[in-house]
Design a protein around this ligand. Structure first.
Ligand SMILES: Cc1cc2nc3c(=O)[nH]c(=O)nc-3n(C[C@H](O)[C@H](O)[C@H](O)COP(=O)(O)OP(=O)(O)OC[C@H]3O[C@@H](n4cnc5c(N)ncnc54)[C@H](O)[C@@H]3O)c2cc1C
Length: 669
């Protein structure tokens, strides 16, 4: 035995009283649907159409799962807020099919310049060092910049043609009631929500949106809250929604969080920041680089944006007597900036957006409630400083984590109530520790720039890795299984990043069929499918080739796996079997491989895109996947990849029982 190497067009339903005015939503289809049915049944109700809500909704494209998103604002976010996409977030966009559009509009970050006070005691700042903005393990740019409104735009457009997903702007919930007596039955609609049209302008300039506050839980079985929003004469009658699940993606002042009696634990930080997007007229030489500027009077994080703009995060005040951010003026923020950047000048060409805020570093004590019928995602359960650019990224990643679990559950793929709950519980057990780590990191990160040590460049590299999400490792559960007989992975089993609970590292290979190169995460589109990825080694060798054939025959014929790996009628199989070999392509005959590796369908022909080779490509060079993943070319291994691109199990290459065990543990069919 080889040794195991574990290292309906969503309807943008406006308030009719707003439809005639130019609204941020004016380029979206408008249906003047003012008389919705008295009670509507949906599978999933999402409160909030920010980055988290839209990322969650994207999981349900192409399904018959009915999703309703409501947002109290009149249309998509017009400007401002987050900017900065980590490569792992871009992988999510790739899997949603919007990667190319997002990348085309984004601005790449290549270098980080650090500026500090003069060592000779003189006034002003000097450049200390320039660090490449690179995390070698990624093999691609670590971060790109695109403003939140455009990110939301792409995610929104991606769901526009799917009539199972509906969006209603200017709509907010005013009460929620969850009947916990029927939460264990799959097809029940225990969540009842009353919605109301909102005609007041609830768009705000920062994440602390105004929100209902006078809400409370009534008893252990049902919750019922009232939103603080006071209907006015223009409000339409309320609409009753029955849902199987409800998810609060409703931002830092989450209404749903209050209904669920979830409290945020943590602190307000002791500084007030200004954030400004402007076209600068400046003689500062690094104006088109990411810069950390540290002067005696404070620090600035400066980030280049598209359209010749830059964004600056500027701490304006710190200490005990802090001003209310609402009282800060633009001039005061710019005065603080000019003091820090002196002797260089900083005049204002034009300003597209600015805001002021006091950072809260807090995490919810629960991410799900009511037998996993209600969830909180994104800023609704964690807030931190925007300096590390984690807010939008983490919110999208939370949603990505939850989405496939809800999709699997709502498609009836999880066999028992207990298994459904076990799976949905992993949302909290996986994402809450990430949020807690993020707060701890955030505190250190703020200190790192306030008083950099001699190892600043090593520390910043570690920080960059952290913010990219490479250190995230989800704990063992039904969805993350350790090898049989092993309860904890020791350092010897953690050689590479190919480890249960970690994101599958991305790698570049070519398709066996036509030699076209692809990054693997681009190939792993968000279809809700698991992938059994067989790193078969050098299959020009007869032993490795026979092993791959035996595994393929077993998977395609096994009583417990056949129906999940082979295409059934029109439905995509729950599990896609993929092969990554490292033999010369000419020595491999794709069509001679077992059917599970290149299934045939009378409608769509052969599936040629399941077998990959780790070889040189004609134009893009060699991806060296085996080397990067530290997989022995003779030994190989099999990896179960979850629908969100995280590793569910790492097995010996021919451990088909291990594959069966994984799916039995998940209790899916
Ligand atoms: C000034 C500023 C700068 C920032 N800079 C960055 C950055 O550089 N990088 C980064 O990653 N992050 C940054 N962030 C944070 C980032 O904007 C948030 O973390 C991110 O938007 C969170 O996404 P979300 O979907 O969870 O919440 P939100 O974006 O807050 O979306 C919540 C949505 O819910 C809606 N809503 C709220 N209450 C209700 C209700 N009762 N009923 C119906 N709808 C409701 C809101 O209208 C909103 O559309 C910044 C934030 C601010 C304020």
């Amino acid at each position: 035995m080889p040794t195991l190497q574990v290292p309906g067009t969503p309807r943008c339903v406006h308030d009719k009283h707003h439809a005639s005015t130019a609204s941020p939503c004016s380029d979206y289809p408008i249906l003047h649907n003012m008389s919705p049915p008295a009670s509507t049944k949906v599978d999933l109700l999402i409160v909030g159409a920010g980055p988290a809500g839209l990322a969650l909704a994207n999981w349900f494209r192409g399904t018959n799962i009915k999703v309703l998103i409501v947002d109290k604002k009149p249309g998509p976010t017009p400007r401002g807020q987050a900017e900065g996409l980590k490569s792992t977030t871009n992988e999510i966009f790739d899997s949603y099919g919007i990667g190319p559009q997002v990348t085309a509009e984004s601005w790449r970050l290549e270098e980080i310049a650090c500026w500090g006070t003069r060592k000779d005691g003189g006034e002003g700042i000097v450049r200390e060092q320039v660090i490449p903005d690179r995390v070698a393990e990624l093999g691609k740019p670590r971060e790109t910049m695109l403003q939140q409104s455009r990110v939301e735009h792409h995610m929104l457009h991606n769901i526009l043609s799917h009539d199972n997903i509906e969006i209603r702007y200017s709509t907010a919930p005013i009460s929620v009631d969850v009947d916990t007596s029927c939460v264990h039955e799959a097809d029940t609609f225990p969540v009842s929500v009353s919605l109301e049209k909102v005609t007041t302008n609830t768009n705000t300039t920062n994440g602390d949106t105004t929100n209902g506050t006078n809400c409370h839980a009534t008893n252990g079985h049902h919750i019922n809250g009232q939103n603080g929003h006071q209907p006015n004469e223009h409000d339409a009658p309320s609409d009753m929604i029955s849902a199987k699940y409800i998810v609060g993606c409703d931002g830092a002042r989450s209404w749903l969080r209050k209904q669920l009696d979830v409290s945020l634990e943590g602190d307000l930080t002791d500084s007030v920041f200004g954030v400004v997007d402007l076209v600068p007229k400046s003689n500062f030489p690094d104006i088109r680089r990411v810069c950390y500027l540290r002067a005696a009077s404070g620090t600035i994080l400066l980030v280049p944006r598209s359209n010749k703009e830059v964004r600056m995060y500027i701490p304006v005040e710190s200490g005990t007597a802090l001003p209310d951010p609402k009282d800060l003026t633009f001039d005061r923020v710019m005065d603080a900036a000019r003091k820090i950047i002196a002797p260089y000048t900083m005049e204002v060409g034009s300003v597209s957006w600015w805001s002021a805020y006091r950072v809260r570093q807090r995490v919810g004590n629960h991410f799900s409630r009511l037998n996993e019928r209600a969830f909180l995602v994104g800023d609704a359960v964690h807030t931190h400083s925007p300096k590390a650019g984690q807010g939008m990224n983490t919110s999208i990643q939370d949603a990505y984590n939850l989405g496939w679990k809800l999709r699997l559950t709502l498609r009836g793929k999880v066999r028992s109530s207990g298994a459904r709950q076990d799976l949905l519980r992993t949302y909290e057990s996986e994402r809450r520790p990430v949020a807690l780590d993020l707060i701890a990191f955030d505190k250190g990160f703020l200190k790192l720039f306030a008083a950099p040590s001699a190892q600043f460049d090593t520390e910043i590299l570690q920080a960059l890795k952290f913010t990219t999400g490479l250190s995230i490792r989800y704990p063992p559960s039904c969805a993350v299984q350790l090898p049989k007989g092993i309860e904890q992975l020791g350092p010897s089993l953690l050689k590479a990043d190919l480890v249960p609970g970690k994101r599958l590292p991305d790698f570049r290979v070519v398709y066996q069929a036509d030699g076209v190169p692809t990054w693997m995460h681009k190939r792993l589109s968000a279809t809700g499918q698991f992938r059994v990825m067989i790193f078969a080694g050098d299959i020009s060798d007869s032993t490795a080739s026979k092993r791959l054939h035996d595994v393929g025959k077993y998977l395609g014929e096994s009583k417990s796996l056949k129906h999940v790996v082979m295409p059934q009628s029109e439905q995509e199989p729950l599990v896609e079997v993929l092969v990554v070999h490292c033999a010369e392509r000419d020595l491999v005959d794709l069509l001679a491989l077992p059917e599970v590796y290149r299934p045939w369908s009378d409608e769509s022909g052969y599936d040629f895109w399941r077998v990959f080779a780790d070889v040189e490509s004609v134009h893009d060079g060699h991806g060296k996947a085996y080397e990067r993943l530290e997989i022995d070319r003779q030994v190989g291994c099999t990896v179960v990849v979850r629908p969100d691109g995280y590793i569910g199990a790492v097995l010996e290459v021919d451990d088909v029982e291990g594959v069966e065990r994984y799916f039995e543990g998940m209790n899916v069919s």
